[in-house]
Each structure stands twice: as C-alpha cells, then as structure tokens.
Design a binder for this molecule. Structure first.
Ligand SMILES: *Cc1c(COP(=O)(O)O)cnc(C)c1O
Length: 422
C-alpha cells in the first residue's frame, strides 16, 4: 500500500508540467498527507497524557517540512549539530528539541546547551562527567541488550552501540543526580521499520518498567518516556500497514494502569521519522535510455545519489509510470541510474509496462531517509526537492546541487604542514 491514492490523484496529472517547469529529477513531498498523518497521530494518542511526537530530523531535514511539524505541535529529534541548528532555525527551543547523540564530542555538548538548550539524551554513563554544564533535565538512552530481540532491521540490541545497559541504568540516574539533575526522562530505540504494532507496545511497557525500577531505587519520578522511532511503513504493495490505532489504544491502557498504580504518569514521547513522511514523498525521474543486453535496462536521469535505500538495504520501492497506470506490466526491467556501481538500481527484474524514452517514472515512498541519505560519490550530485502544497501549488524547497557546490570545499588558501626539524 505505498503512496496514497490522494497524493497520486493530485500529483500524477501535473507530473509532466512539473518536469517541464522544474526539470527532472526531483523529490516531491505532500503537505496534505504529512498533515493528515500528524493530525491522526495526535488524535489516536490523545488518551495518552502529554503525548508528543519529536520528528526525527534526519529522515527529511528540510526546513519547510520541519515547519509543518512544528506547526502541528511536534518537537524535533536531533543527533548532530547541523540538525540542532536546523531545528532552532524553524523555531524549536529548549524542550522542543531532543538531542540524542552518540559518541558525543565537546562541541556537540556546547551547541546542545547553547541557544535555549534542549533535552539532553545521554548515550553512556562515561559522558556524565563530560557534560560541561549539567542540565536540570536529563535523559538516558536505554539499551535492553539480551532482554529484547525481534526487530529485523535494527538487529540484536547486544550488538548495537547505543545506550546504557540494564545493569548501568540505575547508576546512570544516580550519577546524574549527583551532578545536579532534578528532572528525568528515559529513552530507547529498539526498532526500525517495524510493521508489527505489538513490538512498539512492548517497548512502551519495557520503558514503564524501567521507570518503576529507577523510581524504586532512587525515588525519582520520571517526566517522560520516549519510545524512539521505528514505526514502519509498507513499501511493498501487498504489505499491510502497522496498526497505529491498536498501538495507541494498547499503550493508553498501559499508561492508565501505571497512573492507577503510581498516582502519576510520565508523558509519552515518540520520534517517528519514516512514519511521518515516508509515504508522502516520491522521486520523479525521466527515462533517458533503454538498453538491451543480457537484461533489459531502463536508464533514468536520477541515480543512487538521490535514493540510497535500494542499494544500501536492497529495499523495494514501488514504481509507477505516468500515463501508463493501466497498461499491462508485461515487461521486465532493471531501472538504473548512471553511477559506476552495479548496485545503482532503483528496481531489479521489475515487472513494468513498456517504458519509452521520455516517460516519467514515479518512485514511491522517498519521503524519509531518501534525499537525506544521498551522497556525492562519483560526482553525482543530489537533486532538488519540491513541496506540493495544500492549495495545489508546488514550491521549490531545495535546489539541486551544482558543480560549484561540489567544488566549494576545494577553494581555500594553501595550507601546508612541514614537521619541525628535531
Ligand atoms: C533514526 C532515528 C529515529 C527515526 O527512525 P524512523 O525509523 O525514521 O522512525 C528516531 N530516533 C532516533 C534516535 C534515530 O536514530
């Protein structure tokens, strides 16, 4: 069930004009779809006290998209200085921002504390003494290790570099208290692209248990739990979406039970990236070459610099050909870019309608971890980004990279080091 029917109905009729006006390739995002997903999330979780989504900025770090999130009352999940700065540029301040770095350096701590600060989410107990000015509100990322398995993509928590272990977690908060912390939260991220909602419910349960554990040992009350991102989307046409309504209902039950037992309840945060924007973006690219060797290849004007997921994860992205939605899929193609890497393929042995040069292809579900993951290897530059507004207008929200951008890091004064002679 990739890309919504509504997005298709608004995009496909204007796709050709968009290509004429802006030139291909481009990613285009759907304001209506993003807002609907966000409003629905708020509605479903309204029964969970203090629910807040912190949009995972890395999924689609474009200020126009972040403004939509902020407008819906969402905060930002950041893990780098660039993401912090971006979130602040669109108005995020203080507790609007959750900073979940790992292998954190001093500059990151400084920027995190500057400019109104943020919720600092520490990845390790060794970092407690390295925080220059310890904040009053502190959070730790919890790694359940062998207590939790099952999510296919993120893998076994024992092998994950993130977070404090189960045995360290009480001590982490104790040490934070010693450094002056007075307000507390706890965070985890144990799933990626998970379609089974019960996995997310289990994560919420696990976090409430950690809250109980630490409260029992140290007598501190937690202000929030953050269950991280990882809510999946169906990329394959026959996949069912995650049952977000059931997820919300079951988590609400847990929070109600917690309140009855403890007479208070922490707020619940989550930091979805993919779920919020993934299906509401697509990569529009033109067929420029057809090649018939051992296989049939359709060469398009985008390449993996615009979308890494197929090459990186062997990920499936559904493809439509504009104007040929009802043409029988009686051809088998590899749809490829021009990068000198044989895994630069958007689709492998895909059944598609017969594609002619000049046809416009729509590669679905590029609204999260799409453009953002692009790179410049092979001097293949990243394409532009467009936003289909609620009023039907289409706005350029990032231009394509140019050769000037590519060469920008080569313009500097000579800087030559000569070792001192002993
Ligand atoms: C990547 C990431 C997210 C978002 O993950 P999605 O799978 O896009 O929901 C959230 N939190 C953290 C800490 C992350 O690293």
């Amino acid at each position: 069930m990739p890309m919504s029917q509504s997005f298709k109905e608004r995009l496909f009729p204007i796709a050709e004009q968009l290509v004429e006006h802006f030139g291909s390739p481009f990613h285009v995002y759907d304001e209506v779809g993003i807002r609907e997903t966000g409003e629905n999330l708020k509605k479903l979780f309204a029964g969970v006290e203090g629910f807040r989504e912190y949009y995972a900025v890395k999924a689609l770090p474009n200020p126009e998209i972040l403004k939509l999130m902020f407008d819906m009352g969402f905060g930002f999940d950041c893990s780098s200085i660039g993401e912090l700065v971006l979130s602040r540029q669109v108005g995020g301040r203080g507790e609007d921002i959750m900073f979940t770095s790992n292998n954190t350096n001093q500059t990151e701590f400084e920027v995190a504390a500057a400019d109104g600060g943020c919720i600092l989410n520490l990845d390790d107990i060794s970092l407690i003494d390295k925080v220059p000015e310890f904040p009053e509100l502190i959070c730790f990322r919890y790694n359940p290790g062998p207590r939790r398995t099952g999510n296919v993509i993120i893998g076994n928590p024992v092998e994950a570099k993130y977070g404090v272990t189960h045995d360290q977690v009480v001590d982490a908060y104790r040490q934070a208290q010693k450094r002056g912390a007075k307000r507390f939260g706890v965070h985890t991220m144990v799933a990626s692209n998970e379609l089974d909602y019960t996995y997310m419910v289990e994560t919420a349960r696990m976090m409430l248990e950690i809250v109980e554990l630490v409260e029992g040992e140290l007598g501190i009350q937690f202000e929030f739990i953050n269950i991280g991102g990882g809510v999946g989307i169906p990329y394959q046409p026959d996949q069912a979406p995650l049952d977000i309504a059931a997820m919300a209902a079951e988590i609400e039950e847990q929070f109600k039970a917690f309140r009855e037992k403890h007479s208070y309840v922490p707020r619940m945060y989550m930091e979805s990236g993919r779920f919020m924007t993934g299906p509401h973006g697509c990569l529009v690219t033109s067929a420029i070459n057809y090649k018939n060797i051992y296989r049939n290849y359709i060469g398009v004007d985008a390449c993996m610099s615009a979308l890494m997921r197929p090459a990186l994860y062997d990920a499936y992205h559904h493809i439509d050909v504009i104007g040929k939605e009802n043409v029988p899929k009686d051809q088998v193609y590899d749809v490829v870019g021009s990068l000198c890497e044989n895994n630069d393929k958007f689709a492998v042995q895909r059944e598609l309608p017969k594609i002619d040069e000049g046809d416009i292809l729509v590669i679905h579900d590029t609204g999260a971890h799409g453009h953002a993951m692009g790179f410049q290897y092979n001097a293949k530059l990243r394409p532009k980004e467009l936003l289909l507004r609620a009023d039907g207008s289409v706005q350029l929200i990032r231009r394509e990279e140019t050769l000037d951008d590519y060469f920008a890091t080569l313009k500097f004064d000579d800087n030559v080091f000569l070792a001192k002679q002993g």
